[in-house]
Write a protein that binds this ligand. Structure first.
Ligand SMILES: [Cu+2]
Length: 144
């Protein structure tokens, strides 16, 4: 019996990578930051974590902003009204947008690692649509 418990303990440890976290970001019609928002809009993650963008309200998607990704990270895209799962392995900042509400400023920023982010200066130089820029600028100011 003790032997079985030991085997189970080892199996459970193997199935749970050390410190890897699942982080949930909600896609909402209305939030503390206004209408059409990701909540939270700024996420700090570590390499190996998985960020889940969950449409708690209808008519949203989440996808990467291709010009705001660490070098070597391919753009990826979630479908409308579906959860978008973003595993983050490479340190740096990841810009996220909801395609239908991008022009209304529905964006988020994920910082992976503790910084300094290698692509932060490049991300700050990217020009977004005005409402998206208005929300992204303070998020970039929080990033390291
Ligand atoms: Cu949206």
């Amino acid at each position: 019996m003790l032997k079985l418990a030991c085997i189970l303990a080892v199996a459970l440890t193997a199935a749970t990578p050390a410190l890897a976290k699942d982080i949930v970001v909600k896609m909402k019609n209305q939030g503390a930051g206004g209408s059409m928002v990701f909540e939270p809009a700024f996420v700090k993650a570590q390499p190996g974590d998985v960020v889940h963008f969950v449409p708690t309200d209808p008519s949203h998607n989440a996808e990467t902003i291709p010009t705001m990704l660490p070098a070597g990270v391919a753009p990826s895209k979630g479908q409308m009204n579906k959860e978008f799962v973003l595993p983050v392995k490479t340190p740096g900042v990841y810009g996220i947008k909801c395609l239908p509400h991008y022009s209304m400023g529905m964006i988020a920023l994920v910082q992976v690692g503790n910084g300094p982010s290698s692509n932060l200066a490049a991300a700050k130089a990217v020009k977004l649509p005005p409402f998206a820029q208005r929300r992204m600028t303070p998020l970039l100011a929080q990033a390291r």
